[in-house]
Structures are given as C-alpha cells and as structure tokens.
Design a protein around this ligand. Structure first.
Ligand SMILES: [Zn+2]
Length: 245
C-alpha cells in the first residue's frame, strides 16, 4: 500500500505503491486513477481502502483534475466535495486529506510543520517548466507558512526519462538542473533534480524518496505503475498529506 510514510509537525504524509488494492489486469492492484479504463467500482474501493489505511476520513479526501498546468487550488473549510481542476492543492484545515495522482510525473508533498499548512503537487515535464511547485510554496506562504519541507516521490528518473533533444533543450533552458542523459547517451530529463533546484531556490528543505528506497517508476516494475512502461492503461500512484485533526 505505502512506499513511504512520514510525520512532520502535525502532518501525516504517504506515497503509495501498486500493492494492496482491488484492481486486476494492467491496473493490479492499487490503481487510484479513474481515466485509464479500470473498473470504477474497483477504483472507488481502492480510494476507500487508502483513506482507511492512512487513518483518514474518505469524505474529507480532496483530489484534483490534473492538466499539467500550474493552477493551485486552496481547499477551505467549506470545501463542497468537488474535484477542482488544478495541479496543486494546499490547505490549513485539519482533517482534510489532499491527494495527488501520478504515473511517471513526480508527486511532491509539502509541509510547513510549525505553521499547520500542507500541500501536494503534480509535476511532470510541463509542471517543472511552468514552476507549479514554486507557485504552491507561494500559496502556502499566503496561508501563513514559515519554513517548508518537501518530499519528492516515485517518478521517472533522469536515466530512464528519454525525450527528444528539442524537448530537453526547451525544458532545460528554463530549469537547467533537468538536463540529463540516459546510459546509452540519448537526451533525457531529470524531473526530481529540477524540482529540487526550484525548491532550494525558494528556501525549501527536501527529502527525496530515492534516499530511502528505489524511486524510479519505469525501473520499479514490481512496485510502481508507469505510463512510459504501460501506456494508456497505466495505473496511477498517489501521494497524500493531511493535518491531524
Ligand atoms: Zn529510472
């Protein structure tokens, strides 16, 4: 169920793997995505089971309709249960769980442990280029966040995430730390390195899941879903954060 769990201040956070769910076939088993062909009832059960394992209230779990943009949605205490179109969520409301879903894009969890503000970010190639993680830190600071800590979760690594040379040139012109090369010498992008550079530049401390265990979705055949490896039917991993009520 969980590839990694941690606590910081009054916040709980977790990153999922592909184990412990109800889905079968290419989505086996803890698929959290709803637009990849999986059975809707199985995904609902997976989300229920995830909330229970995380110790959270399913009705207070907020997810988003992600579109590779840089819109940050602030979840207030009167949130109506809708699914905002955004690539980042922030909140200062205890008991609300924020969920980001990914397959190769990087999930980022943000916590201001002293100030009770948390966030999640969906950052793929476009998200790194459009600075979504920096905008999310700004939104947290607008809610009163002081020092912020970031956790960067399972994603396509710089050795595996091969892209056309023009794409590497475009993204690395904006975020130089993303510039990478595969072992065979072809162009690639290192999303986590780009995110770490962006976060460091705005004073955020970082824990990369790769410091604790293997964190590449393309290489992690047994533990992770990967869009590059599985295509349209790839399942989705998740990352969660909440302030304990
Ligand atoms: Zn890799």
């Amino acid at each position: 169920m969980f590839a990694f769990r941690d606590r910081a201040g009054g916040a709980d956070l977790a990153f999922t793997d592909r184990h412990g769910g109800a889905s079968v076939g290419p989505w086996e088993s803890l698929n959290l995505g709803t637009s990849n062909g999986d059975d809707a009832a199985s995904v609902e059960r997976n989300l229920d089971d995830l909330a229970a394992a995380f110790g959270a209230d399913r009705d207070s779990m907020v997810r988003m309709s992600q579109f590779h943009g840089n819109d940050v949605h602030v979840v207030a205490s009167d949130h109506d249960g809708s699914v905002p179109r955004a690539d980042a969520l922030v909140t200062d409301v205890p008991g609300v769980s924020l969920l980001v879903r990914v397959a190769d894009c990087a999930p980022v969890v943000l916590v201001a442990p002293d100030d009770g503000v948390v966030g999640v970010v969906h950052a793929g190639r476009e998200g790194v280029a459009n600075g979504v993680v920096v905008r999310t830190v700004e939104a947290m600071r607008d809610l009163g966040a002081g020092p912020v800590h970031a956790w960067i979760g399972p994603r396509a690594c710089g050795a595996c995430y091969e892209v056309p040379a023009e794409m590497r040139a475009r993204v690395s012109a904006i975020v130089p730390a993303t510039h990478a090369t595969t072992p065979s010498g072809t162009p690639s992008l290192d999303l986590a390195a780009g995110l770490a550079a962006q976060l460091s530049a705005v004073g955020v401390a970082i824990t990369d899941l790769a410091e604790h265990r293997a964190a590449c979705t393309i290489e992690g055949v047994d533990d992770y879903f990967s869009y590059r490896r599985q295509g349209q039917q790839s399942g989705r991993l998740g990352a969660l954060v909440r302030l304990r009520p």
